[in-house]
Design a protein around this ligand. Sequence first.
Ligand SMILES: NC(=O)c1ccc[n+]([C@@H]2O[C@H](COP(=O)([O-])OP(=O)(O)OC[C@H]3O[C@@H](n4cnc5c(N)ncnc54)[C@H](OP(=O)(O)O)[C@@H]3O)[C@@H](O)[C@H]2O)c1
Length: 332
Amino acid sequence: MEFRHLGRSGLKVSEISYGNWLTHGSQVEEDAARQCVQAALDEGVTTFDTADVYAGTKAEEVLGRALKGVRRESLEIFTKVYWPTGPGQNDRGLSRKHITESIHGSLRRLQTDYVDLYQAHRFDHETPLEETLKTFDDLVRQGKVLYVGVSEWTADQIGRALKIADEMGFDRIVSNQPQYSMLWRVIEAEVVPLSRREGVGQIVWSPIAQGVLTGKYLPGQQPPEGSRATDASGSAMIARFMKDDVLTRVQDLKPVAADLGLSMAQLAVAWVLQNPNVSSAIVGASRPEQVRDNVKASGVKLDDDVMKRIDDVLGPVVERDPGRTVSPATRP
Ligand SMILES: NC(=O)c1ccc[n+]([C@@H]2O[C@H](COP(=O)([O-])OP(=O)(O)OC[C@H]3O[C@@H](n4cnc5c(N)ncnc54)[C@H](OP(=O)(O)O)[C@@H]3O)[C@@H](O)[C@H]2O)c1
């Protein structure tokens, strides 16, 4: 496993991290969840990503139990706040009240005194940015959070936050967590150029497009049994990629991967890691073999000809519109 700095910070993260959205506390049983975490640890993954909202807070509990006994200093544990974690009007968003209450719940569930990175899971249009950033800064000073980041923020929102932090002397955002894959490149036009200038690293989610870039979903056919596309909550999430034109072009990537001696999943993860603004690619897994497959993308270099071949194969099905980075207009 190779390691990269998280943005311009001093923190190093494994360039492939493990995330438990839709799996822990939900699609997969606890035994399988533990096996996936153990496989990640065995393969040198040190960075683990979760969120308060995953599986209605159960995902943090499962991850906390799975990592129990592992030397805390050898891990980077990331979590997030914003989406609803309860029925009340203050159980969501980025107010001082919800952030403060949510971090305490996350620390309890993860069985740790601090998280390495605390991320605003979306932009909250109902809370002054100063209130959110001051609260994050207080958590850093209290030692409950070591670094702060955001997720799915636009370049404008990240730029505004950095300006306020600089003016007020608050801790700066070091990372953004956007969706990024061969099929979803919406950060390239605006978020990445600003982030490179400002030292913000991308920790990218769904690098395998939720399994689609493994090539296991065939156009015009039923999805394989037990895959995310057959899962009750997962099927809605993966739907945007389950279109015949996308699935057909993904099949055409198979010779590209084969020529390089890579699996399709490895090619997909290696592709996002070619972007130097990417600090880490967060992979998900429902089975430990998947983790062992995906981590082999660490350190793989793809030359310009390969990158061009991929672009030629995927052509018009690649999404590039920066306007696709959106947070809800009002709190969910
Ligand atoms: N910040 C955000 O808003 C946000 C949103 C989404 C995700 N995330 C983060 O990103 C992490 C990763 O997201 P993701 O799970 O969508 O990522 P992904 O790595 O693109 O997809 C993971 C899924 O693809 C399938 N898969 C993975 N490797 C495979 C392989 N080698 N062969 C066959 N199938 C394979 C598995 O699903 P099946 O076996 O079930 O098919 C697995 O659960 C999340 O856990 C979370 O930490 C963040």
